[in-house]
Design a protein around this ligand. Sequence first.
Ligand SMILES: *Cc1c(COP(=O)(O)O)cnc(C)c1O
Length: 359
Amino acid sequence: MQLRIPGPTPCPDEVLKAIGRQMINHRGKAFVEMSTRIIPRLQECFQTKNDVLILTTSGTGGLESAVVNTLSPGDKVLGISIGVFGDRFAECAKVYGAEVIPLKYELGKAANPDDIRKALKDNPDIKAVMVTHNETSTGTTNPLKEIAKAIKEFDKLTLVDAVSSMSSIDLPVDAWGLDVVVSGSQKGWMVPPGLAFVSVSERGWKAHAESKMPKFYFDYARAKKFAADGQTPWTPAVSVYFGLDVALDMMLKEGLQNIFARHKRVADKARAWVKARGLRLVPEEKYASNTVTAVHVPDDIDESKFRTTLRTEYKVEIAGGQSTMKGKVFRIGHLGFINDKDMDEITAAMDQALLKAKK
Ligand SMILES: *Cc1c(COP(=O)(O)O)cnc(C)c1O
């Protein structure tokens, strides 16, 4: 089976073997050693010297942690949204009492740094900017480097959803000056769901010290205190740690730049297929994601039949559209454990399934 949804993604055999290991004491030496090996390698992947905390939760929990650890009820935040996940991040801040000023774009569009400048100029009391690096629902990658530059001009806190990009698309946290950056284990990391990784800058820690939103399980200060001893405040997803320990070895052996190049190569193949079949990408090609390709369903194709045929007859599972894009968009996940040959198999299978799904 080729599981090609944008998370969970397939795991290499070495990782599967590791996660099947017997449990260990999460307060014992073996766990401390493992976590002491893992954190510097996560920092390497985040390209940061900032703290990287590991939370046992899904990506959304990581986003919630960014909100409750840096903001106070009543804080004004700019909620940039180019799709479902941008909306979710903003909603989370709203639920906790932040005043969200939305900056929303049509589906398939990327955010424009000049619009952000204007919003920050018009609302000088904004404390933080929330932004999605890679919008998985529309297969669109925001120009985060330029966006971060715009935010820096106004000296605001930057909270980034990098759940489906970190480790697959170049995202140098320190070089771009990003304060809180969140990723999730089941996306580009070649491990199962269960862990979120969050980098926190010095400015992020200052915001934490002032933040008044309620926090307990996700409190960064507790996580940092325990991390100093190679532990976590609560029982972690030990099995996912086992897998991550192995996956990070594989990733750093391949090299970050090579991983980014592989993702681009595979994504280029997906996009070339879309064009060759006369189909239409959801995003403008310039902003098309290297981890997920979102495609408009053409009028003459039965979308449900297409994906069902692909799954049952050709053993390739791709994702449908989310929210208002249900039935109108299909999405090919190509992040983490994927190579050129996989994508050739996927496109060949999609060709067959397209023929069978013609109305
Ligand atoms: C998958 C994803 C999330 C949510 O992660 P969960 O692990 O499902 O909670 C958030 N943001 C983006 C961009 C994602 O791709």
